[in-house]
Design a protein around this ligand. Structure first.
Ligand code: CP
Length: 321
């Protein structure tokens, strides 16, 4: 693996999941693989889970991990080619990224979208410029449109739970449901989850959201999409709860109907579904306390599995990058 920025960088998802679960069973089995190697973790935006799990993953492989909070502590970076840098940006990525390529063996980057200009965000300029100029493998810690380490974790988590229960006589039903929020959020997690679910042969995948919240078709092609949440939830085995802002009329919050929040009552429609969320979650806005604190919720298991996703990706890059 030369880079990890989307599901398209994965050639065999099932093999990757198997490797991740093997790391979960034996975290230090490749503890010398990354000896003498260094990963730079660049954060242009905040994080808890991604930052800590990737550091732990690197350490499990014997790598040194250095965190740089570029967004709050570094020089303001310019990403546009041929920019006249007379404004607030101080250093061009063309100058900064090659230096990082000298300091590190792998570079991992978190950037968020502006949610102001769809074309700019969906061009993935920031991560593409790092790939172009760093000269070393690049891992996305969440980009403007995708969150691949989160989605890989989600596939690992669903697989792990399916392996722990008697086989179903059909493909498990996985539902991605939109949830209310207090502010417009990126589409990254939803796009990415849809991309990984539609690329994975193992599930019957349904997306439900209010009108106006259609996602970019490049990620949802192959999914069943409905505005009827109750219908979507019927017999679901896994329900992934997430807010996202509008894609078509970009970055807005239209309907914010609190009836879209997942409650225990709604879970009765499902096949005693396990409930997922990438976190952080707004309690009693996106998901009710009663669901989050119930045995249906697997959000902590899911967040714990972030380590094994990151460790697997780094090991693939170290071995084949
Ligand atoms: N799910 C996730 O990416 O969490 P953080 O923003 O805390 O990294």
């Amino acid at each position: 693996m030369k880079q990890f920025i989307s599901a398209n960088d994965v050639t065999n998802m099932d093999a990757l999941v198997k490797k991740a679960l093997a790391y979960k069973a034996n975290p230090f089995k490749d503890k010398l693989l990354g000896a003498g190697k260094r990963i730079g973790l660049l954060f242009l935006n905040p994080s808890m889970r991604t930052r800590l799990s990737t550091q732990i993953a690197a350490q499990n492989l014997g790598m040194e991990a250095i965190v740089f909070n570029v967004g709050s502590e570094g020089w303001a970076l310019e990403f546009e080619e041929e920019a006249i840098m007379s404004g607030s940006t101080v250093e061009h990525v063309k100058d900064a990224a090659p230096i990082m390529g000298k300091y590190f063996d792998v570079l991992a980057i978190r950037t968020f979208p502006s949610l102001k200009n769809k074309d700019d965000d969906y061009s993935e300029l920031y991560i593409k410029q790092f790939i172009k100029y760093a000269g070393i493998p690049v891992v996305s810690l969440e980009s403007a449109t995708l969150h691949p380490l989160q989605s890989f974790t989600d596939v690992i988590t669903i697989t792990e739970l399916l392996q722990q229960r008697p086989p179903l006589n059909k493909k498990p039903k996985v539902v991605l449901t939109w949830a209310p929020h207090v502010k417009p959020l990126p589409q990254c997690v939803a796009n990415s989850f849809a991309q990984w679910m539609t690329a994975w042969d193992g599930v019957d995948f349904v997306i439900t959201h209010p009108e106006d919240y259609e996602l970019n078709e490049q990620f949802t092609k192959g999914a069943t999409i409905t505005h009827n949440q109750d219908k979507a939830l019927k017999d679901a085995d896994f329900v992934y709860v997430k807010n996202w802002s509008t894609y078509t009329d970009y970055g807005r919050m239209y309907c914010n109907d609190p009836r879209w929040m997942l409650t225990q009552q709604k879970l009765l429609l499902t096949n005693n579904a396990k409930v997922m969320h990438c976190l952080p979650v707004r309690r009693n806005v996106e998901l009710s306390d009663e669901v989050l604190d119930s045995t249906n919720s697997i959000v902590t298991l899911q967040a714990g599995n972030r380590v094994w996703a990151a460790q697997t990706v780094l090991s693939e890059i170290l071995a084949h990058g």
